[in-house]
Design a protein around this ligand. Structure first.
Ligand code: T46
Length: 133
């Protein structure tokens, strides 16, 4: 499955805006976990791993971040600059998050509970795994 940008409906009025992710409507997976990344120091990179079976929707709910996705052959880069557009990352992509704007908050909706055995944190192991898959 390919990664892709997902438009998130945002309802705005004089009091502000609300973005709504209804998993069954927007996502090809059921959401079992929500976590968020914040207080990232300037210049820091996060990620540098792949998941064997996890699907995720990554949203820069405040600020912006760059997400690089590598399937072992091709590298794609996505600039997330708005809470109205998320990035669906299917299993099998080595991801690197960089260029966090100051005070960014990155929210992640995930298809499964946390499971360290789902992570591949060594790039050479990832390449071997992705060639076999
Ligand atoms: C991903 C990117 C976008 C937990 O105990 N439970 C959790 O639900 C998560 C997400 C992490 N952790 C622990 C595991 C590590 O000891 O928190 C520590 C930091 O996690 P990690 O180094 O994996 O953080 P990131 O920002 O590199 O990656 C996270 C997610 O782990 C990962 O799934 O795709 O955000």
């Amino acid at each position: 499955m390919q990664p892709g940008l997902v438009d998130v409906p945002v309802l705005s009025d004089a009091l502000g805006s609300i973005g709504v992710v209804e998993g069954a409507v927007l996502l090809p997976f059921d959401v079992k976990r929500f976590y968020f990344i914040h207080s990232v120091p300037a210049g820091a990179a996060r990620g540098s791993h792949a998941h064997r079976y996890l699907h995720q929707l990554v949203l820069a709910v405040s600020g912006s971040v760059n997400v690089e996705l590598d399937d072992g052959v091709t590298v794609q880069s996505f600039a997330l600059t708005s809470p109205a557009v998320g990035l669906h990352i299917p299993p099998g992509y080595w991801r690197t998050l960089t260029d966090f704007a100051p005070n960014s908050v990155v929210a992640v909706l995930a298809s499964h509970e946390y499971d360290e055995t789902d992570y591949i944190r060594d790039y050479d192991e990832f390449l071997s795994w992705s060639r076999r898959a």
